[in-house]
Design a protein around this ligand. Structure first.
Ligand code: TAP
Length: 487
């Protein structure tokens, strides 16, 4: 534990290189969803703090060291931050599990290394953002400069609190921007800790500011602030639409990642055991609180019953358990209202005619916590609410289909378009279906794989713009054209 996150002391905001209280002096409590107990108090940022942080970020960018730093030096500092995150992976993983309820196996073994990997990967981009020389006319020397945007506001959700810091801040910083990041109130702790580690790594004051606090006050203030050049947001569709509207007044760039209801399609010619594992991990990894969760399982009719039986057997073997136990694979949902929302959808599914083939109930651990069983709903048709709406919990809707065209039609018959899965041994079919799916990502014979080098984002109602990969660095930079008369 650090000074900021020491027991008994409220976690602070990170503004201008310092851990500080909120201007209002207010704090809020962050809770452990597995025990229903408070973890600690956290400084509650408001509009005044947003203003302080944006001014600090502007100063670091406009006249301070970050805007003038050699890219190789930026690269070195971001790499160092990646190293520090790895060194503190046990501590950060534990904080994430306490705050979010996800199994320590996920936060320590997968999420923490992924965040470090993001800073390592994107550090390399700092020295590789180049413009072009453009042969327009012999009378001119014409070239482009690829430049940062300035100050980026990042607003992130509670389902992957530390990973989202890496996904948003690493490419933005590598491209030369300064960042003001607002974590979700539900899960502020790992973002604050990474903000501290950034200072330890040597990032200058104001380059990465962290503002835990309510979206409706500090988040909205960030979105409307004229000193912010871009908002990058991951979260719900409703808030995403509001942010887009609020960005219009100051003509800000915006990137939105708004969740999904992703189809995971199993053809009869698939390796069925691998597909069962993929279907299982596709929905139950991260308790199903995953924007890309394969929450609509489309299964070809000829294998439907056999496949469902195997999947149900697997789902019934995995029970919610203490998230701090390294053997646990199903943790607690983030809070009581999310649990109620998820259980409400199970009821809705039944009232629409679906059958609970596995799970379906709350299952406290040691008498406490917002745990829900791994739930499989069968007999679902694609028009039901449980097939169309994002549940954001461990609930899988199983939908039969008949042939390639029916699979693609059902897969695309939805507001969202974030991710999708295809399971088949037929290479030609796999790639033809991948082309026809309206989704930002297609996984073939696998599911839920991510890498900092591979772009991730949605189409249709899932939003626009890309996190990760070279595309994300481009989205945090812009092109300037320079014309020089040489005659
Ligand atoms: P949202 O309300 O969208 O919250 C996402 C982030 O936006 C949080 O940091 C939130 O702050 C902030 N925010 C809220 N209102 C804002 C505003 N007017 N201006 C600026 N920022 C604002 O999501 P949620 O309440 O956490 O979850 C609701 C549902 O969204 C879930 O049930 C799920 O379906 C979906 N969801 C999707 C995703 C992904 S990855 N697509 C992630 C989480 C949730 P505070 O929450 O701190 O107030």
């Amino acid at each position: 534990m650090t000074d900021t996150l020491a027991p008994g002391k409220p976690a602070k905001l990170i503004i201008d290189g310092k851990a500080v209280d909120a201007a209002s002096g207010e704090t809020f409590t962050t809770w452990n969803p597995a025990t229903e107990e408070p973890i600690c108090e956290v400084a509650k940022a408001g509009p005044e703090d947003a203003n302080r942080a944006v001014q600090a970020a502007r100063a670091a960018y406009d006249s301070g060291p970050w805007g003038r730093m050699r890219p190789a030096e930026r690269q070195r500092l971001l790499w160092k931050l990646g190293d520090l995150i790895l060194e503190h992976a046990d501590e950060i993983g534990r904080l994430e599990t306490l705050d979010n309820g996800k199994p320590i196996f996920e936060s320590r073994q997968i999420d923490a290394p992924m965040v470090a990997n993001c800073f390592h990967y994107f550090s390399g981009w700092a020295t590789k953002l180049t413009g072009d020389t453009v042969p327009v006319n012999p009378a001119f020397f014409t070239y482009t400069l690829r430049e940062p945007l300035g100050v980026v506001g990042a607003i992130i959700p509670w389902n992957f609190p530390m990973i989202m810091v890496g996904w948003k801040a690493a490419p933005a910083l590598a491209a030369g921007n300064c960042v003001v990041l607002k974590p979700a109130q539900e899960t502020p702790l790992t973002a604050v800790r990474i903000g501290e580690l950034a200072l330890e790594a040597g990032l200058p004051p104001g380059v990465l500011n962290i503002l835990p606090g309510p979206g409706s006050s500090v988040g909205a203030a960030l979105v409307k602030h004229p000193g912010v050049d871009k908002i990058t947001f991951t979260g719900s569709t409703e808030v995403g639409k509001q942010i887009m509207r609020d960005c219009a007044d100051t003509v800000k760039k915006v990137t939105l990642e708004l969740g999904g209801k992703s189809p995971n399609i199993v053809f009869a010619d698939a390796d069925l055991d691998a597909a069962v594992r993929g279907a299982y991990n596709g929905i139950f990894y991260g308790k199903g609180e995953v924007c890309a969760a394969g929450s609509r399982l489309l299964v070809e009719k000829s294998i439907h019953d056999e496949f469902l039986a195997k999947l149900v057997e697997r789902a019934q073997k995995v029970q919610p358990a203490d998230p701090l136990d390294p053997k646990t694979r199903l943790g607690a949902l983030v809070n009581e209202s999310q649990m109620k929302k998820v259980l409400g959808y199970v009821e809705t599914g039944v009232s629409e005619g679906a059958t609970i083939a596995a799970g379906g109930k709350r299952r406290p651990v040691n008498g406490k916590g917002w745990f829900v069983e791994a739930t499989v709903l069968s007999g679902v048709s694609n028009s039901m609410r449980v097939a169309q709406e994002e549940i954001f919990g461990p609930v899988l809707a199983v939908i039969p289909f008949d042939g390639v065209d029916d699979a693609v039609t059902k897969a695309n018959d939805i507001f969202y378009g974030l991710a999708s899965g295809v399971w088949t041994r037929d290479v030609k079919k796999a790639h033809l279906v991948a082309r026809r799916l309206a989704a930002g990502t297609v996984w073939i014979n696998t599911y839920n794989f991510y890498d900092p080098g591979m772009p991730f984002g949605g189409v249709k109602g899932s939003g626009f713009g890309r996190d990760l990969g070279a595309d994300s660095v481009r989205e945090y930079s812009q092109v300037k054209s320079v014309w020089t008369s040489i005659e």
